[in-house]
Design a protein around this ligand. Structure first.
Ligand SMILES: NC(=O)c1ccc[n+]([C@@H]2O[C@H](COP(=O)([O-])OP(=O)(O)OC[C@H]3O[C@@H](n4cnc5c(N)ncnc54)[C@H](O)[C@@H]3O)[C@@H](O)[C@H]2O)c1
Length: 260
């Protein structure tokens, strides 16, 4: 399988967290491209509704459990007769810092990071056997930069990007490719629940889920690793690498302006 998927029609996809928001838009768009799409969400009613919309199976498992991602891969593989594209999109917000309990940290890391590891554990051997597959991670600009006021989210999203990079390097020669989607504010329930940061992320820059998906599909076709639906993130990412202390100074000013 080549890096890019120029032709999506008649291929198969799984979208996790597809009951709402970006995942729902992804499922609808991939189906409109002619793909057969399995719809996952922990919210069974939402998964069933989107599955009916796209004409694919609904698989309502909780990806934040040790067995959930493997079960999803198993059931979707059987229902679709293979998986060409796995969109690991489900994510949760977290909030706070070192003071929040291990229960919060563990749940965020389970859903935002370990779900990808556990899904890949099941997918990669199958993909190597059949010549390849694409793993698309909906990470976040917080995975390249940070999300002020939210350590579990920032740490889990950095880790998700790191895992996607690692997958792409480790298995690229054997046809397994990865793509990391790193938007800033997207107009979904998650953004609306993000507290003081909502105003910051919404101001002039919040985009619709469909705009994220447009860039995901363009980059999926091109075989590009990093998907930046907000182009300005590329500049912030370069600035952070070029002068990390200067970037941190700017972020501390932003923190003070947001939280007082
Ligand atoms: N909204 C933003 O501003 C924004 C920005 C950058 C990245 N993201 C990322 O985009 C992804 C989608 O978020 P969204 O904004 O569409 O949020 P959303 O809350 O609208 O949708 C998330 C979906 O994931 C599902 N989900 C949550 N936990 C799950 C679990 N354990 N198992 C299965 N499904 C689960 C939810 O039920 C929901 O349908 C997330 O990974 C999020 O971190 C969002």
């Amino acid at each position: 399988m080549s890096r890019g998927l120029a032709h999506l029609a008649d291929r198969t996809a799984v979208v996790t967290g597809a009951g709402h928001g970006i995942g729902r838009a992804l499922a609808v768009r991939l189906a409109a491209e002619g793909m057969r799409v399995a719809v996952n969400d922990v919210d069974a009613a939402a998964a069933a509704e989107v599955a009916a919309l796209v004409g694919g199976p609904a698989i309502a498992v909780d990806l934040g459990t040790p067995e959930g991602p493997g079960e999803l891969v198993e059931r979707a593989w059987a229902a679709l007769g293979g998986i060409d594209v796995f969109c690991g999109n489900a994510g949760i917000g977290g909030g706070g810092g070192a003071e929040v309990g291990d229960d919060v940290w563990t749940r965020v890391l389970d859903v935002n990071l370990l779900a990808h590891v556990r899904a890949a554990r099941s997918l990669v051997p199958r993909w190597i056997e059949r010549g390849g597959g694409h793993y698309v991670v909906t990470a976040s600009a917080a995975g390249l930069l940070t999300m002020i006021g939210n350590a579990p989210y920032s740490v889990s999203k950095h880790a998700a990007v790191a895992f996607a990079e690692w997958l792409d390097i480790e298995y690229g020669e054997r046809g397994v490719t990865a793509q990391a989607v790193c938007p800033q504010g997207v107009d979904t329930a998650m953004l609306r629940a993000s507290g003081p940061v909502e105003a910051l992320l919404s101001k002039d820059t919040a985009i619709a889920p469909e705009q994220v998906v447009e860039q995901v599909v363009t980059d999926l076709r091109a075989g590009r690793f990093l998907t930046l639906p907000h182009p300005e993130v590329a500049g912030y990412y370069r600035a952070r690498a070029a002068d990390t202390d200067d970037w941190l100074r700017g972020m501390r000013r932003l923190h003070a302006a947001t939280f007082g």
